[in-house]
Design a binder for this molecule. Structure first.
Ligand code: ZN
Length: 414
């Protein structure tokens, strides 16, 4: 915890953080589901305030909890989203071909979850090692036969693994870079564990899309950093890595897959990396003005959703939601939504069914129960999975139910 009388410090470069990106007020931790309504009396709320560093342009939220408290019983298992498992399969095929991986190689995934990615490499006969901080999730991977170390990654873990003879040809870090509190120590571990010409790929939601699409619901306490190429390249330069290629991919509302290697490695820089640097430059990501315009647009999104709820209430319509995940929890809590506004939320995760969402206290039901409730509206909170969810929940058309998305503005889908 930093001293609240002075501004917090940048988690990468240490500069004082004096510029607000958006202040979302106080909300519970987005993944702290309640077992019963009585638990609401003890629910804690924490400031959710995103700031931008004027020195390195890293957008970040303050620490509120130790990472152990957040991740030790993490409820998210990657394999629950079918589209994400397919995405992992395509990644494994593409990297295996491009970097000529085989039975002599080693693929290491950081935050390997239940082995959803490494299983694809393993099936192709390529040795793998997962590193996963949540013990219960790591156990699920080990039970599937995916070797997994229960550890937080950083310099110390990388040095310990290297001392045991592990050296990686490919390291994958998908949707984890934004979740690490000490981003400098985390990235430094990659240069220590990679072979001299090894490749590390980092996938993270691109800040440029967050800004352009007003994706404020992707901001939550467990998501410490909101990353641009300009900020990540500064971190690489300080930790012995350099980027050599990048892809823009559609996951999580628009992500980057950044390819990095050790500073002295042979990989040549691609034109699409240079093009993306220029795109960020033209969008103004190296000046504070681009960041200051964000908060007023968040207010407009909230007004648009409140207007939708008021109209539905006036017309006596039933509103429900789909997707008990962090993104939805930020959205509902920042908008001040309660179960008077949204009766139920449906989610495929059996671990969450029967619980209540943090803050809004909306009960979570199995998707099969929707036929009993026959809601007029189903607000799809994970808007990035709208196509998959529209297919899954197509039955709502039987009673005239409509899908709704609320970011970047509220729209009832045709
Ligand atoms: Zn900084």
């Amino acid at each position: 915890m930093s001293d609240r009388l002075s501004p917090p410090r940048c988690r990468f470069c240490g500069a004082a953080l004096t510029t607000t990106f958006v202040d979302l007020g106080k909300t519970p931790l987005a993944n702290s589901y309640l077992d019963k309504i009585e638990d609401a009396a003890n629910e804690r709320r924490y400031p959710l305030h995103a700031r931008v560093c004027a020195e390195c342009f890293l957008v970040q939220v303050d620490d509120v909890e130790t990472p152990e408290a957040i991740f030790s019983d993490y409820a998210y298992f990657s394999s629950f989203a079918a589209s994400w498992v397919e995405h992992a399969g395509r990644y494994a095929e593409a990297t295996t071909a491009r970097f000529r991986l085989g039975s002599q190689s080693l693929v290491v995934e950081i935050a390997s979850n239940d082995g959803y990615l490494l299983q694809h490499f393993q099936a192709a006969g390529i040795p793998v090692l997962g590193v996963e901080p949540a013990a219960n999730v790591a156990q699920a991977a080990i039970a599937k036969g995916v070797p997994t170390e229960v550890a937080f990654f950083g310099r110390a873990t990388a040095e310990a693994l290297a001392a045991r003879g592990f050296r990686a040809d490919l390291m994958a870090a998908n949707n984890v870079l934004a979740h690490v509190p000490d981003i400098r120590d985390f990235v430094a571990g990659f240069a220590l564990l990679l072979k001299s010409d090894g490749v590390a790929t980092f996938e993270f939601p691109h800040l440029l899309n967050l800004i352009r699409e007003t994706q404020f619901d992707t901001i939550y306490h467990e998501h410490f950093s909101y990353l641009s190429l300009v900020a990540v390249e500064a971190i690489f330069a300080a930790t012995g890595l350099r980027a050599f290629d990048v892809e823009e991919i559609p996951t999580h509302g628009g992500s980057l897959r950044l390819y990095a290697c050790r500073e002295e490695a042979m990989h040549g820089e691609t034109e699409r990396l240079m093009a993306l640097r220029m795109k960020e430059h033209e969008a103004g990501l190296e000046s504070l003005a681009a960041y200051r315009g964000f908060a007023p647009r968040v207010e407009a999104v909230k007004r648009s959703f409140h207007a939708f709820l008021a109209k539905a209430r006036a017309e006596g319509k039933t509103v429900t939601a789909y997707g008990a995940a962090a993104k939805g929890n930020t959205f509902l809590n920042v908008c001040g939504v309660t179960r008077r506004d949204i009766a139920f939320v449906f989610d495929r995760s059996t671990a969450k069914q029967g619980k209540l969402l943090p803050g809004s206290h909306i009960p979570i039901l199995a998707p099969e129960r929707i036929g009993e409730i026959k809601p007029d509206y189903l607000v799809v909170l994970p808007w990035n999975l709208i196509d998959e969810i529209k297919t899954d929940m197509a039955a709502i058309a039987q009673w005239g139910g409509r899908f709704v998305v609320a970011v970047p503005e509220t729209r009832v889908l045709p």
